[in-house]
Design a protein around this ligand. Structure first.
Ligand code: NAD
Length: 437
C-alpha cells in the first residue's frame, strides 16, 4: 500500500486516482476546481465515464479515496504525486503548460518530505527536466529528496477504467532509475510489460503513439476519398487491409475524421516541436490537413445533395467526439454543425450523454430528446458519432418523418443497400461512386 496524491480530477486524473485506490492504495485526489471537488465529495461525477461512479463510491466507502482542493493536505503524506492536469493547445499549436507549471509550483511550495513526482499529462519532450527545475528552485528545503518520472497515459475515454487496469504497456521515464522502479511497483499487479527509459524518450513515446494513430485515420480517409471517385468501398478495403497482421484493423475507420481532447492538440504540439527544433514535419502537416478537409468534404456533399443549405433543417445524431463519452472537445460534430450553420442551415441534434456540454458550446442548435425528434421534418440526417443506440433505429419510421430522405452517414454505421431499399438518398464516407447515391 502506498500513499498517492493525484493532481487534477479530469478524465485521466480521476480514473488514475480511483484505480490506484482500487488496487489498495491510499489516494487523495486534488483539484483547484472547487465545484468539481465539492461534487465529488457528494458522489457527483464531473464527467461521464462508464463504471466510474460505482468504483468511486466503493473506494470512498472503503476509506481509500478522498477529494480536496488543499495542496498541503493532499501532499502531506504522499510518496507519489501524479500530475494529470490539462495541456491544451496554445496559440501556435504548442502545448500550453500553464497548468503543469502551476501544479509543480504549488507542490513545491508545500513540499517538506521526499516525493516522487510522476507526470501523466501529455507534455512536450523536455518538460520533465523543466518540472524538476521548477521544484528544486521553488522548494524551501533545498536538500530535499525528490525525483521526476514521466508516465504517459494511454487510456481511451469511454473505456478508461478497463484500459487503466489492463494496459498494453506501462512507460516510465526518468533520470532516477530507482524512482522509476518504485513507480513500476505501483503497477506490478497489472501484469503488463513495463518499459523503463529516459525522461525524454518516455515523453516522445506518447506523442509518437497519438500521432501514429491519427495518421492511420487520415490515411484511410484519403483512401476513402479516392474510393468515392473510383467506385470502391473503403469499409471493405480496410477489412481487407486489416486482415494483414502487419497492418491490423485498429484505427482504419473512414469517417468525419479524428477529434477529441488528445489527437488534435498532440499532433499539433508534435509538429510545433519539430519546427522549433529545425525539422520539417511534412507528414504530420498532411495528417492535420486531411483531417480538416474531411469535415469540409462532408459539408460540401450535403450542400450538393440538397441543392444548397440555406433554410434547410439538418438533424445531427451524436455530438461527443466518439461514443461512450460526454467529451465534446474538438468533436467533428461541432465543426460540421458550424459549417452547416454558416451556410444558413438550422440544426437539430441529439446525443445520449454530451448534450449538457454541447448546450454551452452550440447556442443556435435545438436539442431533442431522441433521434426521432431530430429526424422529424428534417431535410437531411447526419450521423456524426456512432453510439450503439443509433445502430438499429426504425428507419422506415424515420423515412416517413423526414421532409427529404437524405442520410449522410459520417461513420459508415448503416448498410447502404438497406437504406437505399427503404428509399433514402444515402451516402457514407468512401462507399462507392456519387452516381450510385
Ligand atoms: P481534463 O481537462 O479533463 O482535467 C484536468 C483537470 O485538472 C481539471 O479538473 C482541472 O481543474 C485540473 N487542474 C488544472 N490545473 C490544476 C492545478 N494547478 N492543480 C490541480 N488541478 C488542476 O484533462 P484530461 O482529459 O484528464 O487530460 C489530462 C492530461 O492527460 C492531458 O495532458 C491530456 O493530454 C492527457 N491525456 C488525456 C487522455 C484523455 O483521454 N482525456 C488520455 C491520455 C492522456
Amino acid at each position: 500500500m502506498s500513499n498517492i496524491c493525484v493532481v487534477g480530477t479530469g478524465y485521466v486524473g480521476l480514473v488514475t486516482g480511483v484505480c490506484f485506490a482500487g488496487l489498495g492504495n491510499q489516494v487523495v485526489c486534488l483539484d483547484i476546481d472547487e465545484n468539481r471537488i465539492d461534487g465529488l465529495q457528494r458522489g457527483i461525477m464531473p464527467i461521464y465515464e462508464p463504471g466510474l461512479e460505482e468504483i468511486v463510491d466503493q473506494n470512498v466507502r472503503a476509506g481509500r479515496l478522498t477529494f480536496t482542493t488543499d495542496y498541503r493536505k493532499a501532499i502531506e503524506k504522499a510518496e507519489f504525486a501524479f500530475i494529470a492536469v490539462g495541456t491544451p493547445s496554445g496559440v501556435d499549436g504548442e502545448a500550453d503548460l500553464q497548468y503543469v507549471r502551476s501544479a509543480a509550483e504549488t507542490t513545491a511550495d508545500v513540499l517538506d518530505h521526499p516525493l516522487i513526482v510522476v507526470n501523466k499529462s501529455t507534455v512536450p519532450v523536455g518538460t520533465g527536466d523543466w518540472v524538476s527545475d521548477i521544484i528544486s528552485k521553488r522548494c524551501n528545503h533545498h536538500d530535499l529528496d525528490f525525483s521526476v518520472v514521466s508516465n504517459p497515459e494511454f487510456l481511451r475515454e469511454g473505456a478508461a477504467i478497463n484500459d487503466f487496469m489492463n494496459p498494453d504497456r506501462i512507460i516510465l521515464g526518468s533520470t532516477d532509475k530507482l524512482a522509476a522502479e518504485k513507480v513500476a511497483q505501483l503497477y506490478s499487479t497489472l501484469r503488463c510489460p513495463i518499459m523503463i527509459t529516459d525522461l525524454r524518450t518516455a515523453e516522445m513515446i506518447k506523442y509518437a503513439s497519438n500521432a501514429f494513430l491519427a495518421t492511420r485515420i487520415s490515411f484511410i480517409n484519403e483512401i476513402a476519398n479516392m474510393c468515392e471517385e473510383l467506385g470502391a468501398d473503403v469499409s471493405e478495403v480496410a477489412r481487407g487491409m486489416g486482415d494483414d497482421k502487419r497492418i491490423g484493423h485498429a484505427f482504419l475507420d473512414a469517417g468525419l475524421g479524428w477529434g477529441g481532447s488528445c489527437f488534435p492538440k498532440d499532433v499539433k504540439a508534435l509538429a510545433h516541436m519539430a519546427v522549433l527544433h529545425g525539422t520539417h514535419p511534412q507528414l504530420l502537416q498532411a495528417v492535420i490537413e486531411i483531417n480538416r478537409n474531411q469535415r469540409r468534404r462532408g459539408g460540401v456533399r450535403l450542400r450538393r445533395s440538397l441543392n444548397g443549405l440555406n433554410d434547410k433543417v439538418i438533424g445531427v445524431l451524436g455530438l461527443s467526439f466518439k461514443p461512450n463519452t460526454d467529451d465534446i472537445r474538438e468533436a467533428p460534430a461541432l465543426e460540421v454543425i458550424h459549417l452547416l450553420e454558416n451556410e444558413g442551415a438550422t440544426i437539430r441534434a441529439y446525443d445520449p450523454q454530451a448534450m449538457p456540454a454541447a448546450r454551452k458550446a452550440l447556442h443556435k442548435v435545438t436539442f431533442c430528446e431522441n433521434p426521432y425528434l431530430v429526424a422529424e421534418g428534417a431535410d437531411a440526417l447526419v450521423l456524426a458519432t456512432e453510439w450503439n443506440e443509433f445502430k438499429q433505429l426504425d428507419f422506415r419510421c424515420i423515412f416517413q418523418m423526414m421532409r427529404t430522405p437524405v442520410i449522410m452517414d459520417g461513420r459508415n454505421l448503416w448498410d447502404p443497400a438497406q437504406m437505399r431499399a427503404i428509399g433514402f438518398r444515402y451516402f457514407g464516407v468512401g462507399r462507392g461512386c456519387e452516381s450510385s447515391e
